[in-house]
Design a protein around this ligand. Structure first.
Ligand code: OAD
Length: 266
């Protein structure tokens, strides 16, 4: 399988395998790129990225929701529609397999994601979400979680659609919003604490499919590095991350299954 990669990439995969085989505490941060091969657009890829076509300030800030809750809610219902039929790809499955394998080895593989989809969970991983959950709602005013599974309906072709009508909180009458961290909002305290602990205490930090532009998540690699970790990056395109020790410049769905097959076979 390794033969399908370029000689330079094979050399980097071998380096990464050797490094990972000799270390116990691994921290992994994933971003939108890991779900790209499942058919979910990233945010910043040219042409297809969500923020190339929509304004962050119109859709992903608390101010936007106050100004035009209907627009914001409709956009998230559209995103739910887009994500609903997507399945984990080989990259998600490989990480889940590694975590499963780690249960019977002396490795600790902590997975943190910036993604709001649940493809890591669908693949069987235990994962900490830094930016919230696309499939959860809460009140924009009193913050009480809102459960309503009836918002998706199916037509006679079996196509799922999501109602764009605004919902009101049964407790305070505020508008219901997706349970997603918007720009200008704080990250969930427990999730961020868990991520900081894992990054500060790991021996290897692996950054997968993220542009490393959005803080505080992008600072986790630096935190790990300052505490002595080596940093591996998996991304087909260059990022501004300057502290990387090993770059695997290939799609996650190609390189991760190969890497993890090598590690778990050792
Ligand atoms: P971005 O869209 O900023 O970056 C996606 C990265 O994935 C890019 O660097 C791509 O080169 C890379 N990529 C694309 N396809 C890939 C593949 N098959 N395998 C590996 N990498 C691939 O997405 P994020 O870095 O996740 O925030 O964005 C961070 C945050 O900004 C998101 O969580 C979101 C967004 O606004 C919130 O929703 C709060």
């Amino acid at each position: 399988m390794l033969a399908e990669l370029s000689p330079a990439l094979i050399a980097e995969v071998k380096l990464a395998t050797q490094l990972l085989a000799s270390k116990q505490r691994i921290c992994i941060l994933t971003g939108a790129g890991i779900s790209a091969e499942s058919g979910i657009p990233t945010f910043r890829n040219k042409q297809t990225g969500l923020w190339e076509n929509y304004g962050v300030e119109d859709l992903a800030t608390p101010e936007a929701f106050t100004r035009d809750p209907k627009l914001v809610w409709s956009w998230y219902q559209w995103r739910r529609q887009m994500v609903a039929d997507k399945a984990p790809n080989p990259a998600h499955h490989a990480l889940a397999q590694w975590q499963y394998h780690a249960q019977t080895s002396d490795q600790q593989v902590t997975l943190i994601t910036q993604n709001v989809d649940d493809l890591h969970e669908q693949a069987g991983s235990a994962v900490t979400h830094l930016h919230g959950h696309l499939w959860r709602n809460r009140c924009g005013q009193c913050e009480i979680p809102y459960q309503d599974k009836s918002r998706a309906s199916y037509d006679n072709q079996g196509t799922m659609s999501f109602d764009e009508t605004l919902l009101s909180c049964p407790h305070c009458d505020g508008y219901i919003r997706p349970d997603i961290v918007w720009f200008g909002e704080a990250l969930p305290v427990q999730a961020w604490q868990a991520a900081e602990d894992a990054a500060a205490n790991c021996e290897v930090f692996i950054s997968i499919g993220t542009s490393s532009l959005v803080y505080p998540a992008a600072g986790l690699a630096q935190l790990a590095k300052q505490n002595g970790a080596q940093v591996i990056e998996i991304n087909p395109d260059p990022t501004p991350n300057t502290i990387v020790d090993i770059t695997l410049a290939e799609k996650a769905g190609i390189v991760l299954p190969l890497l993890i097959e090598e590690i778990t076979a050792l």
